[in-house]
Design a protein. Structure first.
Length: 165
């Protein structure tokens, strides 16, 4: 498994990957089929992230297939440029193989190099696998967002988590 920064050539495969992860997971923000992004829009996003000092997209590549991604979305105001919001997704068939850990390790190296001080994310409170990964990677729960999402007609809570570097 190769963990690397995304390239413009990844745009089409990244769109497919994101949509497949959203189909396979009950815990992503967007439901299956809800995301409307084209390869061209994804190319533009990759280009924007490449030019940014505090945003990056990392992918996990297995041969010619993308198996996972991690978006590090940096703050735009001066007071939050030291902080990034994390979105991670891994294909169901590749979960439990250390890909999430490897994506976070790549993120940490990049973050230190780019003087990022705070990493933050949200996770559905009943997402046990995600919660275990984030705690293993040093994230701590900072609070609970009550009824922050509605999944299958039910209001669910999320934890706000962060790690300081």
């Amino acid at each position: 498994m190769n963990i690397r920064k995304s390239r413009i050539a990844d745009a089409e495969n990244l769109v497919r990957l994101i949509k497949q992860v959203e189909e396979e997971s009950e815990f992503m923000l967007m439901e299956a089929g809800e995301r409307q992004i084209t390869p061209e829009q994804q190319r533009q996003r990759i280009e924007t992230f490449e030019k940014s000092e505090n945003s990056a997209i990392f992918v996990a590549e297995d041969g010619n297939q993308l198996a996972g991604y991690l978006f590090a979305i940096g703050g735009t105001a001066r007071r939050v440029k030291h902080s990034v919001y994390i979105v991670i997704g891994i294909l169901k068939n590749f979960r439990g193989q250390g890909i999430g850990t490897n994506l976070f390790e790549k993120l940490y190296s990049w973050a230190i190099e780019h003087k990022i001080h705070r990493l933050e994310l949200t996770v559905v409170t009943r997402n046990e696998a995600g919660l275990a990964l984030y705690k293993k990677m040093g994230f701590e729960i900072e609070g609970t967002k009550r009824h922050s999402l509605r999944i299958d007609g039910e209001f669910v809570d999320e934890f706000s988590m962060a790690k300081l570097l």
